[in-house]
Structure formats: structure tokens, C-alpha cells
Ligand binder design. Structure first.
Ligand SMILES: *Cc1c(COP(=O)(O)O)cnc(C)c1O
Length: 396
């Protein structure tokens, strides 16, 4: 059997997205800046995609900028707001300890340039407190950046309340909504954000394409110099087929959302309860209720996460530990450390992220294999041996 449970890393393209991509690549291949018919057809398709995406997000089409994905959109928002703030002497940037590296590494770069970066901690349930964000904002704050849904542990952040707070304090607000768009309802007016990043490959669109929503009037600087595409804010010939694929995937995700959420919630509950029943000394990461319905993240004590993944892979199971960006490095996930997991425990993490194609049978298979693989990895773990002999105390 084969089970793909790594949708938070990337999802398979939806058939409708493939069709829209192929149709545009075959028939609407003109350069959207060209004056001839093919160029104008590409331009018209681009306009229609922009309108559809704007309407889904409750934005104005003029506030939609096509990018190469979530990382670029996050970077453009953060650098634009930071440098605009610096011109007015505002050099404080407020974010959280559990952001994606696309946000954290952009902030680290700005810190090296002399910005003051404040990362607000999160509670053990993986949720940031609005009060803590409020306390971190001062009169020199240029930007607040808080993600909508966490990519590792799936927790949902109180973004609408933070948006309201930022508006009342006159501070720009960015939200990385890459894990949320296409999965839960997202309305930029309700969230009160000035910037929002999304990425197509997280909801069944093509890889390498995304959107930056930048509210009318919010500072926006280009990261790439060149042609006048995207109102001079993002040079480079538009990838019209990818944008058409992204638009089709987003429309389908939104249309299917009620049914998909209900299915995923059922599978999620079964998986979480099943793991707790079958595996001793483990703990769910992140709040049980306030999370994406697709995310199941656990820490298993006395387990080496990489070994767990490799044995699961041998059983035909594609999963992840922490984020794709963290795997391959020996440092435990910054998100798991931020929710208070100690290093040893954080190393034994497993993230299962489900998608609309997963079934009850997939979950049954996961519940058959995970306990066996955890037991196997523990059987050759020196940490587990010490835990069992009483040399070490169990934490979980
Ligand atoms: C995947 C992801 C990104 C990066 O998006 P890309 O399109 O892969 O660049 C940023 N933020 C979060 C929360 C993500 O999950």
C-alpha cells in the first residue's frame, strides 16, 4: 500500500489545475506584454485569474501580485514594510517564534542590517497570545508578521484579532497564509491584513507560483528589477499557465472545502485517537481543537525522527518530521522547541498531513504501521533503553 501523508510539504496537482495549465500552455502561450492576439489572450487570461483570486480572498484585483510562490511573497511583504518603516525611523519588527523560514530568515537578514527583531513566544499549545503581540509593539514598530496556520503543527493563530490590534496601533500587518488558503476560509478584510502570502502547490496548484496580496496604499517595493510586469512590482514574464493552474486549483479547493474539511476532521480524529491508543509515551503537538483539519503532529519519546521516517517510507508511507526545510539538518525543529519540547523529544517528531484524496483505509494502514515502526525504532534506541531501565525519567 502507498499513503501520501505529506500534503503540508506539497500536494499533488488537482486534475482541474493540470487541465487549466495544459490548456494555457498549449493555446495561450503568448507573452502577456505582446500586442498581438496571442499576447492579448494571455493578458486576458491573467486578468481573469487575478479577478477570480481577488474575489475568493475578498480583495481588489489591483491588490493581487503574482509571485514565484510563498517564499517570495513573504520576502517581498517583509522587506517592503521594513524598508518603508526605516525611512520613518521605525526599525522594530514583531513576529513569532514559530514562523516559516521564509519569514524568519528574512527577519534575520534585516536584523543583521540593524533592525530590531522581536519574536513573541507561543504557549505550549502552539498559539500566540494577542496580548503578548500587543506588548511587543511600540511606537517604532514597522511591521507585525504572524502566520495564519502553522506548517509543522497546524495550529491556527488569532490573526483577525492581531489585524485589528495592528490597525488600531497604525502598524503594518503581514500574514503568511500559505497553509491556510484553500484549506480554511480566508478573507483579507476579516483578517485586517496589509499583506498576505499564499502558494499554489499547497492546495493542488503547480509549484513555483503564488500570490502576494498587498492592500492598496501599503508600501510595496520590487525584489526583482526588469520589465514593468505586475505594475512594476515584480519583473519577469508572467507564468500564465501556472497562474491559470493555481486559479483552477483554488476555485476547486474552495468549492470542495466543506466536504474536504469534514472528511479530514474525521480522519484526523481517528488518527490522533488511534495513535494515543496504540503508542505509549507520545504527545500531540499543538492544540487539539484549534488546528488545521489536515494536520497530525506527534512527538514520540525515545525515537529518532529520521529513522522513523525511513522505516515508514519502507512501508510505503510518505510523512515528514518537522518541516521539509528542517529535515536533513540535525537541529530539532524551532517550532517544537518553541512549544516547549526538549531536544530529545523534539527529535522524535512525526508530521502526517492529509489531503482530500486520503481515505479511511489510509488511516487504518497508518494506524497499523506507525505503532510497529515506533516500537522497532525504540528497540534499538539507547535513549529508550535508559527510559525503560529507569536511568532516565519519561517526559511524555
Ligand atoms: C510552504 C510554505 C512557504 C513557502 O512557500 P513556497 O511556495 O514553497 O515558497 C511559506 N510559508 C509556509 C507556512 C509554508 O508552509
Amino acid at each position: 500500500m502507498f499513503v501520501y501523508a505529506d500534503h503540508a510539504a506539497t500536494a499533488k496537482m488537482r486534475p482541474c489545475a493540470m487541465r487549466a495549465y495544459e490548456e494555457a500552455a498549449q493555446n495561450t502561450y503568448g507573452n502577456a506584454s505582446s500586442l498581438h492576439t496571442l499576447g492579448q489572450q494571455a493578458k486576458d487570461l491573467l486578468t481573469s485569474c487575478r479577478e477570480k483570486i481577488a474575489s475568493i480572498l475578498n480583495a481588489d484585483p489591483r491588490e493581487i501580485y503574482f509571485t514565484s510562490g510563498g517564499s517570495e511573497a513573504d520576502n517581498q511583504a517583509i522587506f517592503s514594510a521594513a524598508y518603508a518603516g526605516a525611512k520613518k525611523g521605525k526599525k522594530r519588527l514583531v513576529s513569532t517564534a514559530i514562523e516559516h523560514h521564509a519569514v524568519l530568515h528574512a527577519l534575520e537578514k534585516l536584523a543583521r542590517e540593524g533592525f530590531e527583531v522581536v519574536l513573541v513566544p507561543v504557549a505550549p499549545n502552539g498559539i500566540v497570545s494577542v496580548k503578548d503581540v500587543e506588548n511587543a509593539i511600540d511606537e517604532n514598530t514597522a511591521l507585525v508578521s504572524v502566520m495564519l496556520a502553522n506548517n509543522e503543527i497546524g495550529t491556527l493563530q488569532p490573526v483577525a484579532k492581531i489585524g485589528e490590534l495592528c490597525r488600531s496601533r497604525g502598524v503594518l500587518f503581514h500574514t503568511d497564509a500559505v497553509q491556510a488558503v484553500g484549506h480554511i476560509p480566508v478573507d483579507v478584510a476579516e483578517l485586517g491584513c496589509d499583506y498576505l502570502a499564499l502558494s499554489a502547490h499547497k492546495f493542488g496548484g503547480p509549484k513555483g507560483v503564488g500570490v502576494l496580496f498587498a492592500k492598496k496604499g501599503a508600501p510595496l517595493a520590487s525584489l526583482i528589477e526588469g520589465g514593468a510586469q505586475e505594475k512594476n512590482k515584480r519583473a519577469g514574464t508572467e507564468d500564465v499557465p501556472a497562474i491559470a493552474g493555481m486559479t483552477a486549483a483554488l476555485e476547486a479547493s474552495v468549492a470542495d472545502m466543506p466536504a474536504t474539511s469534514a472528511l479530514l476532521k474525521r480522519l484526523q480524529d481517528k488518527l490522533i485517537d488511534g495513535i494515543y491508543e496504540r503508542v505509549p509515551h507520545c504527545s500531540l503537538n499543538g492544540d487539539r481543537e484549534n488546528r488545521l483539519p489536515s494536520n497530525v503532529s506527534f512527538c514520540f519519546e525515545g525515537v529518532e525522527g529520521e529513522a522513523l521516517l525511513l522505516y515508514l517510507n519502507d512501508e510505503g508511507i510518505c510523512a515528514s518530521s518537522g518541516s521539509a526545510c528542517t529535515s536533513g539538518s540535525l537541529d530539532p525543529s524551532h517550532v517544537l522547541l518553541a512549544i516547549g519540547r526538549v531536544h530529545d523529544v523534539a527529535h522524535g517528531s512525526l508530521r502526517l498531513s492529509l489531503g482530500e484524496e486520503n481515505t479511511e483505509a489510509d488511516v487504518d494502514y497508518l494506524l497499523e504501521k506507525i505503532p510497529a515502526v515506533v516500537a522497532r525504532v525504540r528497540s534499538f534506541s539507547p535513549v529508550w533503553r535508559d527510559l525503560m531501565s529507569g536511568k532516565r525519567q519519561f517526559i511524555l
